[in-house]
Design a protein around this ligand. Structure first.
Ligand SMILES: C[S@@+](CC[C@H](N)C(=O)[O-])C[C@H]1O[C@@H](n2cnc3c(N)ncnc32)[C@H](O)[C@@H]1O
Length: 231
């Protein structure tokens, strides 16, 4: 996948948006959380963080699973800001968890919030299985893009082919939407056993696989999210 990798794209979002607030689900070594600027209030959530990168002083780390965090805490209260500007979902790599992370983040979002979901474009089928078989593993988070396309046509979705496994960019969020929450068990049952619809990602077939694939070019990314950022 040519162009900036996902960390470079995330860094660009921090530079350009200068978000007042940022939540990250799945922190691991801290490489992505460390990209939050000193002026950004940041919350990182990970039950097993292994921080190896210096994290800014305004970032708060919660060493608990995301479901537990959203059960026990009010995200905006923990951030100390009136709104959520930017989110990065990169936690447990199972469809139902990534979808629930999205549902929880959307509760605190508004029409200008930008949500990035990692691992939505696995290159080969073996890295996209529900059971981990490979060193680098995306799991079946890719189903979130398909599911949101079907159940949330009100959202604006852009799929970015960025190394190593793509980013889904979501804007137009609606904290009042209950479609996913109310139909959660049925949606999970519908997608859970679906196989990745390709063995190996051929760049010529990208547009057949997922809708709204945009080039990995910063100007095109800004265009894709600008209606949200400008509101
Ligand atoms: C791929 S790593 C995150 C990488 C990091 N975002 C980066 O770009 O450097 C995934 C992380 O998700 C964490 N994780 C697993 N289950 C989780 C859950 N239920 N809630 C939040 N994080 C979870 C794991 O502990 C792991 O550190």
């Amino acid at each position: 996948m040519p162009g900036d990798d996902y960390l470079a794209v995330l860094a660009r979002f921090h530079e350009w948006l200068k978000p007042e607030s940022y939540v990250e689900i799945g922190v691991w070594h801290g490489d992505s959380l460390a990209l939050a600027k000193p002026d950004t209030r940041a919350v990182g959530i990970d039950p097993f963080p292994q921080i190896q990168t210096a994290i800014g002083s305004r970032a708060r780390l919660y060493p608990i699973p995301s479901d537990v965090f959203f059960c026990a805490h009010d995200l905006l209260h923990e951030l100390g800001t009136p709104r959520l500007a930017l989110s990065f979902i990169d936690g447990l790599h199972l469809f139902e968890q990534a979808l629930m992370d999205f549902v929880n983040v959307e509760r605190y979002s508004d029409a200008r919030t930008i949500v990035l979901i990692h691992d939505c474009l696995p290159v080969v089928r073996c890295m996209a299985a529900r059971e981990r078989e490979t060193g680098y593993w995306c799991g079946d988070v890719w189903k979130v893009a398909m599911c949101l396309t079907k159940y949330r046509p009100d959202l604006t979705l852009s799929v970015l082919p960025t190394y190593p496994s793509g980013l889904l960019i979501v804007t137009g969020l609606n904290p009042g939407s209950s479609v996913l929450r109310e139909n959660f068990p049925a949606i999970v049952a519908e997608y859970r056993d679906q196989p990745l619809p390709y063995d190996y990602l051929d760049s010529n077939r990208l547009l057949d696989v997922l809708p709204n694939v945009i080039p990995n070019d910063w100007e095109r990314i800004v265009q894709a999210v600008s209606p949200a950022a400008a509101d």
